[in-house]
Write a protein that binds this ligand. Sequence first.
Ligand SMILES: Nc1ncnc2c1ncn2[C@@H]1O[C@H](COP(=O)(O)OP(=O)(O)OP(=O)(O)O)[C@@H](O)[C@H]1O
Ligand SMILES: [Mg+2]
Length: 366
Amino acid sequence: MFDLGIQGFFDDIAGLFTTPRVLGIDMGTVSMKMVEVSKKVDVLTLENYGILETREYLNRGNAAIQTSSLKISEREAIPLLKKLIEETKPHTRQVIASIPSFAAFFVTIDIPAIPDAEVGKAIQFQARQYIPIPITEVSLEWVKISEFQNERGQSMHRYFLTAVPTAIVKKYTAIFKGAGLRLVSLEVETAALARALIGNTNPITMIMDIGGQSTAFIVIEGGAVKRVTQSDYAGSTLTQALSRTLDISAKRAEELKRRKGLLGSGGEYELSTSLLPFLDVIIQEGERARRDYERASGKQIEEIMVVGGGANLKGLETYLKNQMHLKVRTPDALWRVRRSAEIEPIVPALNTELASAMGLALRKFL
Ligand SMILES: Nc1ncnc2c1ncn2[C@@H]1O[C@H](COP(=O)(O)OP(=O)(O)OP(=O)(O)O)[C@@H](O)[C@H]1O
Ligand SMILES: [Mg+2]
C-alpha cells in the first residue's frame, strides 16, 4: 500500500526533523474540520486549516432528526477525509482526532472514600447502572472532581466518568486508517474544547457547542470538565423551523439563516419569530444543565462561551446574554498559535469553528 507517512517525510525532511507537526481533526456530523499545527523552538504555528462541509444532509428533506443520522459510517467518512487532506496538503499524516460528544456517555457518581486501589472496581460496578451498554464494551475514564461529607457524615468522593463504546473507538480507528492517516490519539471532543478554550485560572465556564445535529453543554472548572449534558436541538433544528414556517427548501432556509440570523426578515416576516422558539429550547436545556451543576457543586457558573457552527448565528450573543444573565465570553481558540495575517478577518469565525480541532492538535504540544 502507498504509505502517505513516508511520502510526507520525503516532502519535507528538514521540516520534519526541526518542526514537529500534527493534524487535529474534528469529524462532526455535518462538517469536518482540520488544523495543522507545528512547533518550532517554543512557537506554535497554525500552518494550515480546512473546513469541509457536507451539505448532503440538506438534501435529505425535512425529515425529523433521526438518531441514525448521527452515526458516521466508514463508507461516507473515508472519502470526505481524503478530500480534506487532498485539498489542504498538510505536511504530516499524524492525526489526533475526536470522538463526538454525542457518542460518549457522561456520568457523575459518588462513592465512599476508599483506598485508591479499589476505586476502579467500585466505579465500574456503579457505572453499570448508568451506562446503557455492557461495561465490558466501553472504555471508561474517570477523574475525581470533589470530596464532601454526606448527610450521615460519611466521607464521599465524587467522580466524573466518560464512557466511550469500544465499537466507536474501533470505527474511528478504521476510518483514519482507511484514509491513509496515522491516528496517534483519540479523545472525546469535550476534553479538546476545554484544552483549547480554557486556562487553569478561568472562572467556572459553560461551553455551549451548537453543532449541526446536537448541542453539548460542558461545564469547566479549574481547566477540567466537570459536567456534560446534551441536546438533540441544534443548528439543523433552526434550519428546519425556517424551512417550515417560510415554506422554502431546506437549502434556502440554511442560506437565509446564515446570512441574516436573528436579525433579519424574510420578506415581511421576522426570521426570529420562527427561530426563537427552538433556540429557546436549546437555552432552556443550558439553563437546566447550569442549575443541576450549581445545585450539586454549590458553586456558580460565571461565564458562557458558545462554539460550533451554530455560534455564528447573528444576534445570538446578545440574545443569550439577556436570557441567561451570564457574561458571554467570545471564544479564542487560536490565541496560542501564530498565524498568517491573511486570515485575520475570519479569525472570529475560526475561533468558534476550529475550537475542537485546535484543542486536539494542542494535545501533542501542551
Ligand atoms: N453563520 C451561521 N449562522 C447560523 N448557523 C450557522 C452559521 N454557520 C454555520 N451554522 C450552523 O452550524 C451547524 C454546523 O455546526 P458544526 O459545523 O459545528 O457542526 P458539526 O460539528 O458537524 O455537528 P455535530 O457537532 O452535531 O456533529 C449547522 O447547523 C449550520 O447551519
Ligand atoms: Mg461538532
